[in-house]
Design a protein around this ligand. Structure first.
Ligand SMILES: Nc1nc2c(ncn2[C@@H]2O[C@H](COP(=O)(O)OP(=O)(O)OP(=O)(O)O)[C@@H](O)[C@H]2O)c(=O)[nH]1
Ligand SMILES: [Mg+2]
Length: 352
């Protein structure tokens, strides 16, 4: 089996506390073995009550342990996934929740052992039933105590499992920019990634990865990121923070999309300010991409203004229409030369 880069892919989502109680109790109380008329009645009662406790405890403990064991060790996570974990769930909250699940599993094993031993010491069937009821009552209340932690894991593990597979061995291109500038449209144009289809303007809420083979470079991963607003890091929300994590940890080329038409809902000033912010704060090489050039005749001044700005900044830029497919070939040529150039530099420096 190939190891998938997303380390959360195999993390088990816990059942809800109610579901877990339900299946374990149903298992424990289904079809009691017919009581033999002969034989030691007391022994039969005893083994029935013990088996009920044991079944509930085994079912609960094995389910809980699977959740803890299937979750990757936070310390060994790649920084990209570790920071996404922090953004989407909070490292401390996840550690606390997994700790609570582990505690419940151990406590339930202990309760079960102690009541089984008590049942072994009594000869009174009624006492056995009372002890069994006490044991199952205590097991239920331990589980109910971890309900908030279990609910939290049920909410965050599916999100983590759905994170894309970032392959650290492939060259990467990050597509960044303000919302609605056309990042996802561009991704669907240049990679095999199916565009997300929605009857309304679809806002990307997480990182999406598509692939494309580029001549001389090989397979490249293109990373579509959620739109960023022009605001300080401390004000960024969880959705935006995923784009920041990609910019911080992926390492690669950044395509910064600009929409001179401002139909994205953001002014040129805001788009320029975010561009400068990214140039100042991240070390990746950046190519500016002026998008929506199919609308240039409606906004000639805005297009000139953005070109002048990029020239002044000394920024490299390409003009495209992601929707119509204009300029895509030139954009890919630029990407290829950037990535190809870098690979040659890398191999030279590794020889030297
Ligand atoms: N006219 C024109 N519209 C475009 C072009 N590229 C994208 N759009 C439109 O711009 C809108 C936003 O496109 P998206 O690709 O969803 O933008 P995005 O940058 O991924 O947006 P977020 O995910 O919200 O950050 C959509 O209505 C697209 O159809 C283009 O080249 N020309
Ligand atoms: Mg998008």
């Amino acid at each position: 089996m190939i190891e998938l880069p997303n380390p959360f892919r195999r993390a088990v989502v816990p059942l809800s506390v109610d579901e877990l109680l339900d299946i374990s109790f149903r298992r424990a109380f289904k079809k009691p073995k017919p009581m033999s008329r002969r034989g030691d009645k007391i022994a039969i009662y005893r083994s029935r009550e013990i088996s009920r406790i044991q079944t509930i405890s085994d079912t609960v403990v094995s389910r809980l342990d699977k959740v803890v064991k299937s979750f990757p060790s936070v310390e060994r996570l790649d920084p990209f996934y570790r920071e996404l974990l922090d953004v989407l769930a909070g490292v401390d909250q996840v550690k606390h929740a997994l700790g609570a699940v582990k505690w419940a599993s151990k406590t339930i094993s202990r309760i079960s052992r102690s009541y089984i031993s008590k049942i072994n010491w009594t000869e009174d069937p009624e006492r056995m039933a009372t002890l069994r009821r006490e044991a199952t009552g205590r097991i239920s209340s331990v589980l109910k105590r971890i309900k908030p932690e279990v609910d939290f894991l049920r909410e965050v593990i599916p999100k983590l499992r759905n994170l894309p597979d970032l392959d650290p061995t492939l060259p990467s291109v990050i597509i960044a920019g303000m919302p609605n500038t056309g990042k996802s449209t561009l991704l669907s144009k240049i990679t095999t990634k199916e565009p997300e289809i929605a009857p309304y303007p679809f806002t990307t809420k997480g990182i999406i990865i598509g692939h494309r083979d580029l001549e001389g470079v090989g397979r490249v991963q293109f990373i579509d990121t959620p739109g960023l607003l022009d605001r300080p890091l401390s004000k960024r929300n969880r959705i935006e923070m995923q784009a920041i994590v990609a910019l911080k940890h992926v390492g690669g080329l950044v395509l910064y999309l600009l929409d001179p038409t401002e139909t994205c809902g953001y002014t040129l000033d805001e788009q320029r300010s975010l561009f400068k912010d990214i140039v100042a704060n991240f070390s990746e090489e950046i190519v500016a991409v002026i998008n929506k050039m199919d609308l240039e005749s409606d906004y000639p001044d805005k297009f000139s203004e953005i070109r002048d700005f990029l020239v002044r900044e000394g920024a490299e830029f390409v003009e495209i229409s992601a929707e119509r497919g204009f300029g895509i070939e030139e954009l890919l040529r630029t990407v290829r030369s950037k990535l190809g150039g870098r690979q040659i530099e890398d191999s030279i420096s590794s020889i030297g």
